[in-house]
Each structure stands twice: as structure tokens, then as C-alpha cells.
Design a protein around this ligand. Structure first.
Ligand code: AMP
Length: 358
């Protein structure tokens, strides 16, 4: 099989990570006639209910990784923090899409901001912080209010501390627990939007309409389409995303999170995978982000992602799952549940896409 031959139905898509994103990728793969093999260290993952095959093993189990690679035609992933040694082993055996560079950049907030600003895109002012002395210097440059974030392994607002003034420096450093960090200027944005963008193996790019995101306690709460953006802002956002994907020679779907400010867009972060703020595409487009990603990594042509409805996606977090019987009675509300048994606080249990009519 050469790099450019589309994988035929019946081929096996390997997916690293068996959470809800791996689950929805597996469903999309099955719809196109592919089989999926999910690799996940935790027992009984959400993707296990729908994948053709599941391997339960850790990312340092070299035998399990090699067996997994041997059983698949291409490897993709649902999260960015895959250990480097596992990637080295897998990459020697099968293509990994999206590529390593996209992963390396998105795993490290400083590498990510250096890459984005190198492309001429704007980010919040930032400075690396490796200890108390660095933080004092960074505070002189960036000032307050600001946010100290761990450079690696942060998600859903974890590993972040907001500084209202210099007096918060000590508490902020303590919250990093010795991890390398980055201080970011606090952006007084008017709202947050994201672009879900895809790039195919042939270099073509297709972007979904930007969605407007509202977070609660650092976790995405809703994504609303259309976002409050002018026509020219909409095309700027999409062009900006396309530049990022092309610069990375990217294959697959990426989430690009933007702050909207009077001075223009600032890129908050990029995620080299399908993204929670793209879940609305499941009910607002003919080809959703999950199918688009599978198409891209399988070398198929990208699908038409034009939006045919106004949609509000709401995440069902923790006890929100108790509202399912009531939501199930609503008209035009498409439920997507992840099959997780235990509803812990902050845990994403499912989401609902409400089609806005009239
Ligand atoms: P992150 O994990 O970096 O995506 O941050 C989670 C959320 O915190 C973002 O979606 C914003 O709502 C908020 N946030 C992060 N960085 C900044 C910043 N520099 N200024 C203002 N708000 C921020």
C-alpha cells in the first residue's frame, strides 16, 4: 500500500485512546466499512463498546504495541499526550496520522506558541517559567492579571492558576508542583470561538464554520453555531486555521481555539485531533468531524462539511446525565452518550446537539 492509495473498506484503523473521542471515531470508521482497533490502558473504555477490537495494555508494553501496529493499516489517536517511546516504536511499523510534529508541538505550550508566532499568528503574551526567579522576571514582562499554566499535560483548565496580582506568585508556583510552566497575559476577550479544520493526504483543506464556545469551571459547556462573527472574521478564522495545518503538513482533523478581541484573533491552543467543540457537526453537517478525520487518515477525499442548520451543543458533565430522560423528550435534540457507568464531577458523560429551528 503506498502513501497515496486510499485504504479500501475492510481496512483496520488503529486508534490510540478509548475515551469518547475514540468511541465516536470507531462509529464513523464502521460507517465507512472500516474496522477499528483501539489501544487503551484503562479497562472497559467507552470505545470498547463499539470498536471491532480492543487492546488493554500500557503505553510501555512494547509487545502489545507491536502486535497492535501489526494488526492495523494506519494509526491515529484521540489525545495528544502519548509517550514518545511508544510513538517511536509505532511509527517504525505503520503510518501515524496526524504526524509527530503536530503532536510534539501541541504537547508543549511553549513549543506551540513559538510555532504559532513563527507563522505570524498572534497569541497571548507569554514567558517560560522554570522556578521562582523566572516567575518574577516573567511578571515584570507580562504583568497581572495573568495565568500560569503547566507547559505539558494540561487539559480542561487543569494545571492552571490565575494571578490577580504579584501577591499570588507563591501560590501560583505551588500549584505547578515543580512542573515547567508558562505565564500568559490574561486576555480580555469578547468571546471564544474554534475552527474545526481538516486536511487530506492530497493537501486539500476543509474547515467547518467556526463555533462559539462557553466554558464553565475550565470545561467546555456549550458550542453555538453560528458564532458571533462577521463574514470577514469568519473567513479570517478559516484561513488562519488552514495556514496552521498546511505548515504542519497535517493529515486529519484539528481543533483551533481562538480568542476574539478588538485587535483580532489570538490563538489560544491547537489540538491535533477531533475536538469537543466540533461535536455539533454530528447533527449540523452531512459529514461530521469524526468521519472527516477517518476519511483523511484513510487517504480518502475530504467530505463536504458545510453547515445546514443552526446548532447548540451542550456537554453533559457529571450529574447532568440525570437530565437525559427529560432531554430525550425534547424535539430536535440529538443525544450522544458515552456509555460511562460512573458520573463523577467534571466527567464528560455525553452531549446533546439541539437543532435550532424557526
Ligand atoms: P486552556 O486549557 O489553555 O484552553 O484554557 C482553558 C480556558 O481558560 C480557555 O478556554 C479560556 O476560557 C481560559 N483562558 C486560558 N488562557 C487564557 C488567557 N490567556 N486569557 C484569558 N482566558 C484564558
Amino acid at each position: 500500500m503506498t502513501m497515496t492509495t486510499p485504504l479500501p473498506p475492510g481496512s483496520v484503523i488503529g486508534i490510540l485512546g478509548g475515551g469518547q473521542l475514540g468511541r465516536m471515531l470507531s462509529v464513523a470508521a464502521a460507517r465507512l466499512g472500516f474496522r477499528s482497533h483501539v489501544y487503551e490502558p484503562a479497562p472497559a473504555p467507552p470505545a470498547g463498546h463499539v470498536a471491532d477490537r480492543i487492546t488493554t495494555a500500557s503505553y510501555d508494553d512494547r509487545v502489545a504495541l507491536a502486535d497492535f501496529a501489526a494488526s492495523v493499516d494506519v494509526i491515529t489517536y484521540e489525545f495528544e499526550n502519548i509517550p514518545t517511546a511508544a510513538l517511536d516504536l509505532l511509527e517504525a511499523l505503520r503510518p501515524i496520522r496526524p504526524n509527530r510534529r503536530a503532536l510534539a508541538i501541541s504537547q508543549d505550550r511553549i513549543a506551540e506558541k513559538d510555532f504559532l508566532t513563527g507563522l505570524g499568528l498572534a497569541c497571548a503574551p507569554y514567558a517560560a517559567v522554570d522556578g521562582a526567579a523566572d516567575l518574577q522576571a516573567a511578571l515584570v514582562r507580562i504583568g497581572t492579571p495573568s495565568i500560569l499554566k503547566t507547559t505539558r499535560l494540561g487539559y480542561d483548565g487543569k494545571g492552571q492558576f490565575r494571578l490577580r496580582g504579584k501577591q499570588d506568585a507563591e501560590a501560583a508556583l505551588a500549584a505547578m508542583a515543580g512542573a515547567a510552566a508558562v505565564l500568559e497575559g490574561f486576555i480580555d476577550f469578547s468571546h471564544e470561538v474554534s475552527v474545526i479544520a481538516a486536511r487530506g493526504l492530497d493537501g486539500s483543506v476543509a474547515c467547518y464554520d467556526p463555533g462559539e464556545n462557553v466554558h464553565r469551571d475550565g470545561i467546555l459547556h456549550t458550542t453555538t453555531l453560528p458564532a458571533r462573527l462577521s463574514a470577514s472574521q469568519r473567513s479570517d478564522a478559516v484561513l488562519l486555521a488552514a495556514r496552521i495545518l498546511t505548515a504542519l503538513d497535517y493529515v486529519g482533523v484539528m481543533g483551533v481555539e481562538l480568542f476574539v478581541t478588538p485587535q483580532g484573533f489570538l490563538v489560544n491552543e491547537i489540538a491535533p485531533r477531533v475536538h469537543n467543540s466540533g461535536h455539533w457537526t454530528q447533527n449540523g453537517c452531512a459529514i461530521d468531524q469524526f468521519e472527516q478525520h477517518i476519511r483523511a487518515v484513510a487517504g480518502w477525499p475530504l467530505g463536504d462539511g458545510s453547515r445546514f442548520a443552526d446548532v447548540v451543543m451542550e456537554n453533559l458533565i457529571g450529574d447532568d446525565i440525570l437530565r437525559v430522560p427529560e432531554i430525550a423528550r425534547e424535539r430536535n435534540a440529538a443525544l450522544h452518550l458515552y456509555g460511562k457507568v460512573e458520573a463523577r464531577p467534571g466527567r464528560k458523560m455525553g452531549h446533546v446537539n439541539r437543532i435550532v429551528t424557526g
